[in-house]
Design a protein around this ligand. Structure first.
Ligand code: AMP
Length: 480
């Protein structure tokens, strides 16, 4: 189950949290378009609304009005590899002896089946195939015997993999990031409360201030009256496994993740692309919108080197066409590229062209684009890619296609050139990515470009030794 999603959690002094959560979900829409949902608590009871579709379609004004309470969590969900699945829409909620729980999850556990089986033997009945329900049941069980913080800690010791969570226990909102910090999660301050969100762009949308990223292995407990938060470093690991692809493709360019503004990282990667494999052509153009920051960095570096390459918008995007990955068949995916992108002939005809995208996954987009640009009269088409070749699937929450579908899994760059019909193709090196992110390679998850993973995955190699979590107990408070 691939859960590439967006999560949010908000605690306010008095105001209902539903509207701010709705806006935050809008800001996180790029992280998931299959379903949207919210759980709030008014001090007496939980309210929930979860529906398939985009945020704007999933909530009607009366739905939001009915979501009472100044504390709540929200979720947007990305389509799964297996297609639409209403039973996996989130937040997941459950009521049990000692209260109610709501859970929003971004990421993917690697031992969900194991934990599910153990819990099933203890009598837990599951209604979905998702791993979020596994986390909810484990936590509910621990809460029967332990206080909130200990219960979360016990669950964190039990589950392995990638998880950024916002949790609602009665009216208390929590944020948890897995010990390796695979998916992002950050904390922000609002005029009358606090917010946890997958990306800082959601905090900006609410006119809030970014406080900081939630640390890997950290639990943040928002005070239900919006006055502050407690933090607990529950699990410590020597190494992190931040997903580099968040910086390359997935996150919004205007978000700050682990202290890096995504837009600047992408521009820097574009500059390196020029330094590594730049070629002077009449024009350089981005694949909108994913290649834009890369192309701007590339063109800037080319200009500094005296190249006569002009930056141009040669492709127009129909913004109403969803991400091509949602299309289930290859034929539909190809048609979607044509629907989505149309060339501007005057910037292409009779010219040599470099086209830049962040990544090549199946190769559908670049194959279609090369043909499109040639049809529009390009004399040469060179493809530059802002990430290394994607050779392996993602098990940590990004729906990246299976190994057989990945164009680079069994082809050399020359083969790819021939396959997509470009005059040349060049990718960025892993070193360039690591360097531009300013992190050490061993603190990143590079599984999809190295084929080695920071987690135990059946049939795949690991990129590091298993380090046992060191259980911490530090507690700190921040009150207004
Ligand atoms: P493909 O056409 O299969 O080679 O996919 C590459 C295109 O899809 C590029 O334009 C990327 O920006 C975009 N892309 C990369 N990864 C993903 C993903 N996980 N989901 C949706 N789109 C993606």
């Amino acid at each position: 189950m691939h859960e590439k999603c967006g999560v949010v959690g908000i605690s306010l002094e008095e105001r209902d949290a539903a509207h701010p959560i709705y806006y935050a979900l809008y800001a996180l829409q790029h992280r998931g378009q299959e379903s949207a949902g919210m759980v709030t608590h008014d001090g007496f009871q939980q309210h929930q609304h979860v529906e398939m579709g985009l945020v704007g379609d999933a909530f009607r004004p009366e739905d939001i009005d009915a979501l009472n309470g100044s504390n709540g969590i929200g979720h947007v969900r990305y389509p799964t590899a297996g297609g639409v699945n209403a039973s996996c829409a989130q937040p997941f909620s459950v009521s049990f002896k000692s209260g109610s729980l709501g859970l929003s999850h971004n990421g993917n556990l690697v031992n969900a089946d194991e934990v599910r089986e153990e819990l099933a033997e203890l009598g837990h009945a599951f209604t979905s195939s998702g791993d979020t329900e596994v986390i909810a049941h484990d936590l509910a069980r621990n809460l029967l015997e332990e206080d909130l913080v200990r219960a979360v800690k016990s669950t964190m010791q039990r589950i392995h993999g990638s998880y950024s969570l916002t949790i609602m226990h009665d009216e208390t909102v929590l944020g948890v990031r897995d010990p390796q910090g695979n998916r992002p999660l950050c904390l922000g301050k609002l005029e009358d409360g606090y917010v946890l969100a997958s990306e800082s762009a959601a905090i900006d949308t609410l006119d809030g201030e970014i406080v900081r990223d939630v640390k890997p292995g950290e639990l943040i407990v928002l005070k239900p009256d919006g006055s502050g938060y407690d933090t607990y470093q529950l699990v410590e690991r020597e190494q992190t496994a931040h997903c580099f692809f968040e910086h390359v493709y997935f996150a919004r360019p205007d978000s700050v993740i682990d202290d890096e503004l995504v837009y600047e990282v992408r521009r820097e990667l574009g500059r390196r692309l020029w330094a590594d494999s730049g070629i002077e052509t009449d024009v350089v153009m981005p694949v909108p919108d994913s290649g834009r920051a890369f192309a701007s960095g590339y063109a800037e570096a080319a200009g500094e080197d005296g190249a006569k390459t002009e930056f141009a918008e040669g492709l127009m995007k129909n913004r109403y066409v969803g991400r091509t990955f949602i299309m289930p068949t290859q034929d539909e995916r190809e048609r979607a590229v044509r629907l989505k992108l149309n060339p501007i002939k005057s910037t292409i005809e009779g010219k040599t062209v470099t086209v830049i995208d962040d990544s090549v996954v199946r190769g559908t987009t670049s194959t279609q684009l090369v043909e499109l640009l040639r049809d529009a009269g390009a004399e040469e088409v060179h493809v530059r890619v802002g990430s290394p070749p994607i050779i392996s699937p993602c098990y940590m929450g990004i729906d990246m296609a299976s190994r057989e579908e990945l164009i680079a899994s069994d082809r050399s760059v020359e083969d790819i050139e021939a396959e997509i019909g470009a005059d040349s193709v060049s990718y960025l090196s892993i070193d360039a990515i690591v360097d531009a992110l300013g992190k050490s390679e061993s603190d990143l998850c590079l599984g999809c470009v190295t084929g080695k993973y920071p987690y135990d995955i059946d049939g795949e190699e690991r990129d590091r030794d298993v380090t046992r979590p060191v259980i911490g107990s530090e507690r700190a408070s921040a009150d207004d």
